[in-house]
Write a protein that binds this ligand. Structure first.
Ligand SMILES: [Zn+2]
Length: 326
């Protein structure tokens, strides 16, 4: 990744706890900068025919392997803290939360919930602190924007671990990751380009935790679930119309009870009551129809849709002579 030329062309040097680009400091050792990786003195190469100012170790240091990664990580944190603005990534679902939510009905048709995508946008940060401890966590930057606390991780070498992501999610905090692992040396040696990659680029960042988006997604999924349940009830009723006199049976205790006997079976328990949904009946005065669902706990009151389109709430009590299964 950031090895090889990154160790001879170090993009940022450190002085008094702050990173500098080579064009911002005196030439050579007078820059008074040290290597972000190993802490040894650096030379600023920013004069004469140098096209891309950079730093290099004052004495070749073969044991310093992560000068480039450390410099990028450090300078990125500093940019966020000092510029106090940031492009937030869009939220458009996750592998386990496909957006919009989708579900299949019993006929195999796919239905979609409403889209809960959140567009990316630039926000102002009202505060931004580098590596401030937050309980068990120490995010690279702890910021605050108009929506509250915003934890920021900068990926250069290692991605944020799954356990940490789950912890942040269960804490209900927002956390985003800015991926700088693919930054090229030329990008790092160009201060404006690098600043854009850290603060303004939309494509290199993602939400690791966005509680409000996740909740909106779950609300959308639940609404969809209820909608598909309704559709499935209609499908079941339609199948009964197409295939009248279904042979349905349920097991009640040790008995196998055929559907046509359900109405006369005493006592009616919950299972018997529920098993009547979907069956066709004839009603004196209202004609033929389909039982759609039971409406009252422990009592045989059903929503019945008659073939002429009327729907009624009807007490279908066993032994009553004004209705029967057909
Ligand atoms: Zn070094």
């Amino acid at each position: 990744m950031h090895n090889g030329r990154f160790n001879t062309h170090i993009p940022f040097g450190v002085r008094n706890g702050r990173t500098y680009a080579a064009r911002e400091v005196e030439t050579g050792l007078a820059c008074q900068c040290r290597c972000p990786g190993c802490g040894r003195p650096l030379l600023a190469k920013n004069a004469g025919r140098i096209r891309r100012p950079h730093f290099t170790h004052y004495r070749v240091n073969l044991e310093c392997w992560n000068a480039g990664e450390t410099a990028i990580h450090w300078h990125a944190k500093q940019l966020i803290a000092e510029k106090a603005r940031l492009m937030l990534p869009a939220w458009n679902g996750t592998p386990i939360m496909p957006n919009p939510p989708r579900s299949r009905d019993d006929s195999g048709n796919t239905h979609y919930g409403h889209n809960v995508g959140i567009p990316g946008r630039v926000v102002a940060l009202t505060s931004a602190q580098i590596e401030k401890r937050q309980g068990d966590l120490q995010p690279d930057v702890s910021a605050v924007d108009a929506e509250g606390i915003l934890l920021i991780e900068i990926r250069v070498a290692h991605a944020v671990g799954e356990a940490k992501i789950r912890k942040v999610q269960s804490d209900g905090a927002r956390m985003l990751e800015i991926d700088l692992s693919k930054v090229r040396l030329m990008d790092a040696l160009d201060p404006e380009r690098f600043e854009h990659l850290v603060l303004g680029e939309a494509s290199n960042r993602q939400w690791l935790s966005h509680p409000a988006a996740a909740q909106a997604w779950r609300d959308s999924r639940d609404e969809l679930k209820h909608r598909v349940q309704d559709i499935n009830r209609q499908i079941a009723a339609q199948r009964l119309v197409e295939h009248p006199r279904p042979r349905r049976s349920i097991r009640h205790g040790t008995q196998q009870i055929e559907a046509v006997d359900l109405a006369n079976h005493e006592p009616l328990d919950q299972e018997c009551l529920d098993a009547m949904a979907g069956l066709r009946i004839w009603h004196r005065g209202l004609g033929d129809g389909v039982i759609r669902e039971r409406l009252v706990e422990n009592w045989p009151v059903y929503d019945v849709r008659f073939d002429d389109g009327r729907t009624r709430k009807i007490l279908l009590r066993a032994g009553f002579p004004d209705w029967k299964f057909v």
